[in-house]
Design a protein around this ligand. Structure first.
Ligand code: ZN
Length: 312
Protein backbone atom coordinates (compact mmCIF):
# COMPACT_ATOMS: atom_id res chain seq x y z
CA UNK A 1 0.00 0.00 0.00
CA UNK A 2 1.18 3.47 -0.91
CA UNK A 3 2.35 5.67 1.90
CA UNK A 4 -0.70 7.86 2.45
CA UNK A 5 1.40 10.63 3.96
CA UNK A 6 2.66 11.30 0.44
CA UNK A 7 -0.83 12.13 -0.72
CA UNK A 8 -0.95 15.24 1.44
CA UNK A 9 0.74 18.60 1.65
CA UNK A 10 3.56 18.74 4.11
CA UNK A 11 5.13 21.93 5.42
CA UNK A 12 8.81 22.10 4.51
CA UNK A 13 9.47 23.39 8.02
CA UNK A 14 11.46 26.29 6.60
CA UNK A 15 11.95 29.27 8.88
CA UNK A 16 13.65 32.04 6.87
CA UNK A 17 15.67 34.51 8.94
CA UNK A 18 13.71 37.49 7.67
CA UNK A 19 10.47 35.66 8.47
CA UNK A 20 11.57 35.01 12.04
CA UNK A 21 12.53 38.60 12.65
CA UNK A 22 9.39 39.90 10.98
CA UNK A 23 7.14 37.52 12.88
CA UNK A 24 8.68 38.44 16.23
CA UNK A 25 8.52 42.13 15.32
CA UNK A 26 4.81 41.92 14.47
CA UNK A 27 4.14 40.00 17.68
CA UNK A 28 6.06 42.41 19.91
CA UNK A 29 4.43 45.52 18.41
CA UNK A 30 0.94 44.01 18.66
CA UNK A 31 1.52 42.71 22.20
CA UNK A 32 2.75 46.13 23.36
CA UNK A 33 0.09 48.28 21.72
CA UNK A 34 -2.84 45.95 22.42
CA UNK A 35 -1.86 45.23 26.02
CA UNK A 36 -1.73 48.97 26.70
CA UNK A 37 -5.20 49.52 25.19
CA UNK A 38 -6.57 46.39 26.84
CA UNK A 39 -5.30 47.33 30.32
CA UNK A 40 -6.92 50.74 30.23
CA UNK A 41 -10.20 49.46 28.72
CA UNK A 42 -10.46 46.77 31.38
CA UNK A 43 -9.59 49.15 34.20
CA UNK A 44 -11.87 52.01 33.23
CA UNK A 45 -14.90 50.52 31.57
CA UNK A 46 -17.61 49.50 34.07
CA UNK A 47 -19.18 46.70 32.03
CA UNK A 48 -18.09 43.12 32.65
CA UNK A 49 -19.24 42.05 29.19
CA UNK A 50 -17.08 44.65 27.51
CA UNK A 51 -14.09 43.34 29.47
CA UNK A 52 -14.83 39.75 28.49
CA UNK A 53 -15.08 40.67 24.80
CA UNK A 54 -11.90 42.79 25.10
CA UNK A 55 -10.07 39.81 26.60
CA UNK A 56 -10.90 37.65 23.60
CA UNK A 57 -10.05 40.39 21.10
CA UNK A 58 -6.73 41.04 22.80
CA UNK A 59 -5.55 37.43 22.44
CA UNK A 60 -7.00 37.24 18.95
CA UNK A 61 -5.21 40.44 17.91
CA UNK A 62 -1.78 39.30 19.07
CA UNK A 63 -2.32 35.87 17.49
CA UNK A 64 -3.34 37.42 14.16
CA UNK A 65 -0.28 39.69 14.19
CA UNK A 66 2.04 36.69 14.66
CA UNK A 67 0.13 34.70 12.03
CA UNK A 68 0.24 37.50 9.45
CA UNK A 69 3.91 38.18 10.25
CA UNK A 70 4.70 34.50 9.71
CA UNK A 71 2.73 34.33 6.47
CA UNK A 72 4.35 37.45 5.01
CA UNK A 73 7.72 36.24 6.26
CA UNK A 74 7.11 32.84 4.58
CA UNK A 75 7.50 30.80 7.75
CA UNK A 76 6.41 27.23 6.84
CA UNK A 77 6.75 25.72 10.25
CA UNK A 78 3.53 25.57 12.30
CA UNK A 79 5.36 24.32 15.39
CA UNK A 80 7.70 27.28 15.30
CA UNK A 81 4.77 29.66 14.73
CA UNK A 82 3.04 28.17 17.75
CA UNK A 83 6.20 28.55 19.80
CA UNK A 84 6.36 32.22 18.88
CA UNK A 85 2.67 32.34 19.87
CA UNK A 86 3.55 30.93 23.32
CA UNK A 87 6.26 33.55 23.84
CA UNK A 88 4.00 36.36 22.62
CA UNK A 89 1.13 35.09 24.78
CA UNK A 90 3.36 35.27 27.86
CA UNK A 91 4.73 38.67 26.84
CA UNK A 92 1.17 39.95 26.37
CA UNK A 93 0.16 38.82 29.84
CA UNK A 94 3.23 40.39 31.41
CA UNK A 95 2.78 43.71 29.60
CA UNK A 96 -0.95 43.97 30.20
CA UNK A 97 -0.37 43.46 33.92
CA UNK A 98 2.28 46.17 33.99
CA UNK A 99 -0.06 48.61 32.24
CA UNK A 100 -3.06 47.55 34.32
CA UNK A 101 -1.20 48.15 37.59
CA UNK A 102 -0.15 51.55 36.30
CA UNK A 103 -3.79 52.35 35.44
CA UNK A 104 -4.88 51.15 38.87
CA UNK A 105 -2.40 53.46 40.62
CA UNK A 106 -3.66 56.37 38.54
CA UNK A 107 -7.28 55.58 39.27
CA UNK A 108 -7.33 54.25 42.84
CA UNK A 109 -6.53 56.75 45.57
CA UNK A 110 -6.98 54.14 48.35
CA UNK A 111 -4.39 51.92 46.79
CA UNK A 112 -1.86 54.74 46.49
CA UNK A 113 -2.47 55.97 50.04
CA UNK A 114 -2.18 52.54 51.66
CA UNK A 115 0.91 51.61 49.70
CA UNK A 116 2.52 55.04 50.15
CA UNK A 117 2.60 55.70 46.41
CA UNK A 118 3.09 59.41 45.73
CA UNK A 119 3.33 59.28 41.97
CA UNK A 120 1.84 56.45 39.84
CA UNK A 121 4.70 54.59 38.26
CA UNK A 122 4.84 52.18 35.33
CA UNK A 123 6.92 49.30 36.62
CA UNK A 124 8.08 46.19 34.76
CA UNK A 125 9.80 44.79 37.85
CA UNK A 126 8.12 41.43 38.61
CA UNK A 127 8.61 41.81 42.39
CA UNK A 128 6.98 45.22 42.43
CA UNK A 129 4.18 43.97 40.21
CA UNK A 130 3.63 41.03 42.56
CA UNK A 131 3.27 43.40 45.55
CA UNK A 132 0.64 45.46 43.77
CA UNK A 133 -1.23 42.38 42.55
CA UNK A 134 -1.32 41.05 46.10
CA UNK A 135 -2.73 44.31 47.39
CA UNK A 136 -5.50 44.13 44.79
CA UNK A 137 -6.22 40.49 45.65
CA UNK A 138 -6.53 41.44 49.35
CA UNK A 139 -8.60 44.57 48.84
CA UNK A 140 -10.36 44.19 45.52
CA UNK A 141 -10.57 46.94 42.94
CA UNK A 142 -13.80 46.63 41.07
CA UNK A 143 -17.35 45.46 41.61
CA UNK A 144 -19.17 42.74 39.73
CA UNK A 145 -22.78 41.64 40.19
CA UNK A 146 -22.99 43.72 43.37
CA UNK A 147 -19.80 42.38 45.00
CA UNK A 148 -16.09 43.13 44.93
CA UNK A 149 -14.09 40.02 44.09
CA UNK A 150 -11.03 39.43 46.26
CA UNK A 151 -8.74 36.54 47.20
CA UNK A 152 -9.25 33.20 45.48
CA UNK A 153 -12.35 34.40 43.66
CA UNK A 154 -10.32 37.13 42.04
CA UNK A 155 -7.34 34.86 41.38
CA UNK A 156 -9.72 32.45 39.59
CA UNK A 157 -11.06 35.22 37.37
CA UNK A 158 -7.52 36.28 36.56
CA UNK A 159 -6.59 32.71 35.72
CA UNK A 160 -9.53 32.40 33.31
CA UNK A 161 -8.64 35.75 31.75
CA UNK A 162 -4.99 34.70 31.33
CA UNK A 163 -6.01 31.37 29.82
CA UNK A 164 -8.26 33.08 27.23
CA UNK A 165 -5.53 35.52 26.19
CA UNK A 166 -2.80 32.89 26.11
CA UNK A 167 -4.77 30.21 24.25
CA UNK A 168 -6.23 32.62 21.70
CA UNK A 169 -2.73 33.88 20.93
CA UNK A 170 -1.16 30.43 20.57
CA UNK A 171 -3.97 28.87 18.54
CA UNK A 172 -4.31 31.80 16.12
CA UNK A 173 -0.54 32.30 15.81
CA UNK A 174 0.07 28.78 14.51
CA UNK A 175 -3.14 28.40 12.55
CA UNK A 176 -1.98 28.84 8.97
CA UNK A 177 -4.14 26.49 6.90
CA UNK A 178 -2.74 27.35 3.51
CA UNK A 179 -0.04 25.58 1.50
CA UNK A 180 3.29 26.79 0.17
CA UNK A 181 4.75 26.14 -3.28
CA UNK A 182 8.46 25.59 -2.58
CA UNK A 183 9.73 25.84 -6.21
CA UNK A 184 7.94 29.18 -6.71
CA UNK A 185 8.61 30.36 -3.14
CA UNK A 186 5.05 31.61 -2.74
CA UNK A 187 1.91 30.79 -0.75
CA UNK A 188 -0.97 29.15 -2.57
CA UNK A 189 -4.13 31.09 -3.35
CA UNK A 190 -7.02 29.71 -1.34
CA UNK A 191 -10.40 29.40 -3.02
CA UNK A 192 -12.43 28.85 0.11
CA UNK A 193 -15.70 26.95 -0.05
CA UNK A 194 -15.46 26.74 -3.81
CA UNK A 195 -18.00 23.94 -3.98
CA UNK A 196 -20.64 22.44 -1.77
CA UNK A 197 -21.26 18.73 -1.92
CA UNK A 198 -23.73 16.27 -0.53
CA UNK A 199 -22.57 14.81 2.77
CA UNK A 200 -21.39 11.20 2.76
CA UNK A 201 -19.41 8.69 4.81
CA UNK A 202 -16.05 10.24 5.73
CA UNK A 203 -13.95 7.10 5.51
CA UNK A 204 -15.20 6.05 2.06
CA UNK A 205 -14.79 9.50 0.60
CA UNK A 206 -11.30 9.85 2.05
CA UNK A 207 -10.13 6.53 0.62
CA UNK A 208 -11.76 7.28 -2.76
CA UNK A 209 -9.91 10.57 -2.99
CA UNK A 210 -6.62 9.16 -1.74
CA UNK A 211 -6.90 6.53 -4.49
CA UNK A 212 -7.61 9.26 -7.06
CA UNK A 213 -11.21 8.26 -7.72
CA UNK A 214 -12.12 11.90 -8.15
CA UNK A 215 -15.34 11.14 -10.04
CA UNK A 216 -16.81 10.65 -6.57
CA UNK A 217 -16.79 14.45 -6.27
CA UNK A 218 -18.98 14.82 -9.35
CA UNK A 219 -21.50 12.36 -7.98
CA UNK A 220 -21.70 14.28 -4.72
CA UNK A 221 -21.90 17.60 -6.53
CA UNK A 222 -24.82 16.59 -8.73
CA UNK A 223 -26.64 14.98 -5.80
CA UNK A 224 -28.99 16.96 -3.57
CA UNK A 225 -27.29 18.79 -0.77
CA UNK A 226 -28.49 20.75 2.20
CA UNK A 227 -26.50 23.98 2.63
CA UNK A 228 -26.73 23.56 6.41
CA UNK A 229 -25.32 20.05 6.40
CA UNK A 230 -22.90 19.56 3.55
CA UNK A 231 -19.28 19.17 2.51
CA UNK A 232 -17.30 22.25 1.59
CA UNK A 233 -14.39 22.06 -0.81
CA UNK A 234 -11.49 24.50 -0.57
CA UNK A 235 -8.69 24.54 -3.15
CA UNK A 236 -5.15 25.77 -2.51
CA UNK A 237 -3.35 26.44 -5.80
CA UNK A 238 -0.03 28.03 -6.60
CA UNK A 239 -0.55 31.38 -8.34
CA UNK A 240 2.57 30.86 -10.46
CA UNK A 241 2.66 27.23 -11.60
CA UNK A 242 0.46 24.20 -12.17
CA UNK A 243 2.46 21.87 -9.96
CA UNK A 244 1.16 22.68 -6.47
CA UNK A 245 -2.54 21.99 -6.07
CA UNK A 246 -4.21 20.88 -2.87
CA UNK A 247 -7.75 20.23 -1.75
CA UNK A 248 -9.33 20.46 1.68
CA UNK A 249 -12.82 19.09 2.37
CA UNK A 250 -14.74 19.77 5.53
CA UNK A 251 -18.14 18.61 6.66
CA UNK A 252 -20.02 21.66 7.92
CA UNK A 253 -23.18 21.52 10.01
CA UNK A 254 -24.94 24.79 10.73
CA UNK A 255 -27.03 24.84 13.90
CA UNK A 256 -28.76 27.53 15.91
CA UNK A 257 -27.43 28.26 19.38
CA UNK A 258 -29.51 29.37 22.36
CA UNK A 259 -29.53 32.99 21.18
CA UNK A 260 -30.76 31.96 17.73
CA UNK A 261 -27.38 32.72 16.15
CA UNK A 262 -26.01 30.40 13.52
CA UNK A 263 -23.10 28.28 14.61
CA UNK A 264 -20.91 26.17 12.33
CA UNK A 265 -19.40 22.87 13.34
CA UNK A 266 -16.62 21.71 11.06
CA UNK A 267 -15.13 18.27 10.70
CA UNK A 268 -12.12 17.85 8.48
CA UNK A 269 -12.26 14.96 6.02
CA UNK A 270 -9.16 15.62 3.93
CA UNK A 271 -6.63 18.35 4.65
CA UNK A 272 -4.64 19.64 1.69
CA UNK A 273 -4.70 16.47 -0.38
CA UNK A 274 -2.37 16.70 -3.38
CA UNK A 275 -4.45 16.85 -6.57
CA UNK A 276 -3.66 17.27 -10.27
CA UNK A 277 -4.12 20.57 -12.11
CA UNK A 278 -6.80 18.96 -14.32
CA UNK A 279 -8.97 18.36 -11.28
CA UNK A 280 -8.56 21.99 -10.22
CA UNK A 281 -9.75 23.15 -13.64
CA UNK A 282 -12.61 20.65 -13.54
CA UNK A 283 -13.78 21.78 -10.10
CA UNK A 284 -13.47 25.46 -10.99
CA UNK A 285 -15.58 24.84 -14.07
CA UNK A 286 -18.15 22.98 -11.99
CA UNK A 287 -18.26 25.91 -9.57
CA UNK A 288 -18.49 28.38 -12.44
CA UNK A 289 -15.41 30.28 -11.27
CA UNK A 290 -12.95 29.11 -13.90
CA UNK A 291 -10.71 32.04 -14.67
CA UNK A 292 -8.76 32.29 -17.88
CA UNK A 293 -5.60 33.22 -16.02
CA UNK A 294 -2.62 32.03 -18.02
CA UNK A 295 -0.07 30.39 -15.82
CA UNK A 296 3.58 30.32 -16.65
CA UNK A 297 4.88 26.86 -17.23
CA UNK A 298 7.51 26.18 -14.58
CA UNK A 299 11.00 25.37 -15.77
CA UNK A 300 11.67 21.66 -16.17
CA UNK A 301 14.68 21.71 -13.82
CA UNK A 302 12.61 23.23 -11.06
CA UNK A 303 10.03 20.51 -11.38
CA UNK A 304 12.64 17.80 -11.22
CA UNK A 305 13.92 19.30 -8.00
CA UNK A 306 10.47 19.23 -6.58
CA UNK A 307 8.50 16.26 -7.73
CA UNK A 308 6.60 15.19 -4.65
CA UNK A 309 7.26 16.11 -1.02
CA UNK A 310 9.78 13.54 0.11
CA UNK A 311 8.98 11.08 2.85
CA UNK A 312 11.11 11.55 5.91
ZN1 ZN B 1 4.29 27.10 -7.85
Amino acid sequence: MENLGERYYRDSGAVPLFGTVFMLGCGIVAATVLSFIYAFVVYWNPFVYVSVVATGLFGLGVGIAVNVGGTLGKVRNPLYARLVGVVMGLLSLYLCWAFYLWAAQKGDADMCRQLGILEPELSFDPMRMYELIQWIADNGLWGMFGGTPTGWGLYSLWAIEAAIIFLATVVIAGGNESAFCEPCNVWADDAENLLQLENTGYEDLRSDLEDERYERLDELHTGEHNAKDCLRVTLHTCPKCDESNFMTIKHVVVTLDNDGDEQEDETEIVNRLIIPAELVTHLQTAAGTKTQKKKAKPQAEEIEDYDEPEAE
